[in-house]
Design a protein around this ligand. Structure first.
Ligand code: F6R
Ligand code: MG
Ligand code: MG
Length: 398
């Protein structure tokens, strides 16, 4: 049986600010998914958050990009916006719902989407990830480590099923082009692209031996869709594990080093990606409550839930970063946070202008007068006198 695993994710309001989600949002979403399961549309579902983003995890047999599944998610996000986010005036209610009417597919409408259609193996371990205050390219480095770096994934060397390597599908979000690169032989070209995390994004990975889908990452760039700042595209991902795929521990190992990602405060800062536990898991109600984003709206965080699929049912979740072995990573990420925060508005903590999510800085800077450099050198004394006189006039008005 072919099963599709769909994650559709959106920020439809924060509590407070951009820190977290209101529990009533998760509860309402879970109720609606339960009804869809009863109607037979879904095999199974789960709802969780990391920071201010809600992930709807759904399994079904409709295939990827199906309007019933996407429409369900869209309607749920709309309802959660109206009935919870607007009711309590949560911050940024409906933030990621960029279009008014649903037109068959949520792609390009604001929510993030990751979907994998798979032939369920006799035993099918799957890991779902969600990250907040960062961008889809934040998964580039771990994807490379998981599927192409033998120093991370021992199976690339040891397991004959993985020996032929993996095929990476990389999307250039600016030119809207796709690159298909094979590892190990195209590794250097792959790294040459995906090191530019804001532009080239690992969207899918396949096992070369049989073309089996191995991973999917959400790649919608909200700021490109909207043409203005509407929040970072906090990404989600799905990875299959074991038996000819990287082991669960090989997948997680890639997150043991808190690499630097873009996002954080105002989508305009670099910071470490901290692997986080979930605070609460209610397997009965199908809800998990994940990380808060409080220090400087961050630092960027990622959560990982583990599942065993059985005929499309999701046995789980297991909170995979809930292991003292990741305490050191969290500590290191906290130290890096402390270190890099002291740079304040300076690069490389603050991102270069073309990577900043706010397009408002030029407006602010436009109020500051600029002189032609050659003209200024000729008339420097006069300009300085004028500037001092202007400051004195301003002070006398205070
Ligand atoms: C980053 C993010 C937050 C906000 C920040 C300012 O993705 O969502 O860091 O950018 O809290 O938000 P506004 O401009 O809404 O006050
Ligand atoms: Mg938000
Ligand atoms: Mg978010």
């Amino acid at each position: 049986m072919k099963v599709t695993i769909s994650i559709i994710k959106a920020d439809v309001g924060g509590w407070p600010g951009h820190a977290w989600v209101h529990p009533k949002m998760l509860e309402l979403a879970a109720e609606r998914l339960k009804e869809a399961q009863k109607r037979g549309l879904l095999i199974d579902y789960f709802v969780y958050n990391v920071g201010d983003d809600i992930s709807l995890l759904m399994t079904h047999t409709k295939g990827p990009d199906h309007s019933d599944i996407h429409g369900l998610a869209w309607d749920i996000f709309k309802e959660v916006t109206e009935k919870v986010a607007r009711k309590y005036k949560l911050y940024g209610a409906g933030q990621d719902l960029l279009k008014e009417a649903f037109s068959g597919n949520v792609r390009g409408m604001g929510p993030q989407v990751a979907e994998l259609e798979i032939e369920e193996r006799p035993s099918e371990p799957v890991i779902t990830f969600a990250a907040d205050k960062t961008e889809p390219g934040a998964f580039n480095l771990p994807m490379y480590k998981i599927f192409a770096d033998p120093f991370n994934t021992a199976g690339l060397v040891i397991d004959p099923a993985m020996h032929e390597g993996f095929l990476f599908e990389v999307l250039d979000v600016y030119e809207h082009k796709v690159y298909l690169l094979k590892t190990p032989e195209d590794s250097y070209s792959l790294l040459g692209l995906i090191g530019t995390t804001g532009r080239y994004i690992v969207r899918r990975v396949y096992r070369r031996a049989d073309g089996a889908p191995a991973a999917a990452v959400s790649v919608e760039r909200l700021n490109l869709i909207a043409g203005r700042y509407v929040g970072k595209d906090d990404p989600v991902a799905i990875i299959r594990a074991q038996h000819g795929m990287p082991a669960v521990g090989e997948v997680l190992e890639a997150f043991a080093y808190p690499h630097m990602v873009h996002g954080w405060m105002r989508g305009s800062h670099a910071g470490p990606l901290m692997p986080m536990r979930f605070y609460q898991i209610d397997a009965e109600r199908r809800i998990a409550v994940g990380a808060k984003m409080t220090r400087f709206d961050g630092p960027p965080k990622v959560g990982a839930l583990g599942w065993q699929l059985h005929d499309g049912y999701l046995e789980g979740p297991v909170d995979l970063f809930d292991d003292p072995a990741f305490d050191y990573t969290r500590q290191l990420a906290a130290q890096i946070t402390e270190y890099i925060r002291r740079m304040g508005p300076f690069q490389p903590h603050r991102l270069p202008p073309e990577e900043m999510e706010y397009t408002t800085l030029p407006k602010i800077l436009a109020k500051v007068k600029a002189y032609g450099a050659d003209d200024y050198e000729k008339n420097r004394e006069r300009y300085i006198k004028e500037a001092i006189a202007a400051a004195e006039v301003a002070a006398s008005h205070d």
